[in-house]
Write a protein that binds this ligand. Structure first.
Ligand code: RP5
Length: 165
């Protein structure tokens, strides 16, 4: 018996802490809306380093195509994930209290040459755009996902009024 194609997660969403979930839930909401198979895990680079290695190393063989990693502060989760896997890794910097998210942003974006992390905006906008970008990557090899993405983009365009009310 073969399972339906879309029952396997294509996008892996990981975050460094439960405290990241309020922001990262926006990533999940978009993927649910577009019916993109995904999974969500808490994986901390410093508190659960073995979980990070196991998750990253197994992701490609489990069928994951893109990983989205949200982290804050000394946000090494996206970079360490990218170190363990050749899959595209998209990093979402959390808005922190101490430095307002600039710490997270710079930690994620300043990867040395050789191990890239595609870095999104700080906070909610980045979380949503990471989901859209992951969907766009998947759409390159899946015409049904491409159609759903184009439909969503058209709806967004049509929802923008010409004049303010
Ligand atoms: C990072 O440290 C997490 O991604 C989180 O944004 C930040 C703070 O984590 P908690 O102390 O709230 O668990 O690892």
């Amino acid at each position: 018996m073969s399972l339906p194609k879309e029952s396997f997660p294509l996008v892996g969403i990981i975050m460094g802490s439960q405290s990241d979930w309020d922001v990262m839930s926006h990533t999940v909401n978009f993927l649910v809306e577009l019916n993109i198979p995904h999974e969500v895990k808490i994986v901390s680079a410093h508190r659960t380093p073995d979980r990070l290695r196991e998750y990253s190393v197994s992701a490609a063989t489990r069928g994951i195509k893109v990983i989205i990693a949200g982290a804050g502060g000394a946000a090494h989760l996206p970079g360490m994930t990218a170190a363990w896997t050749h899959l595209p890794v998209l990093g979402v910097p959390m808005q922190t209290h101490a430095l307002n998210g600039k710490d997270s942003l710079l930690s994620i974006v300043q990867m040395p040459a050789g191990i890239p992390v595609g870095t999104l905006a700080i906070g909610k906008a980045g979380a949503i755009n990471a989901a859209i970008l992951a969907t766009s990557i998947l759409s390159l090899s899946d015409i049904e996902i491409e159609q759903r993405l184009m439909q969503w983009r058209n709806q967004q365009t049509e929802s923008v009024g010409l004049e303010p009310v």
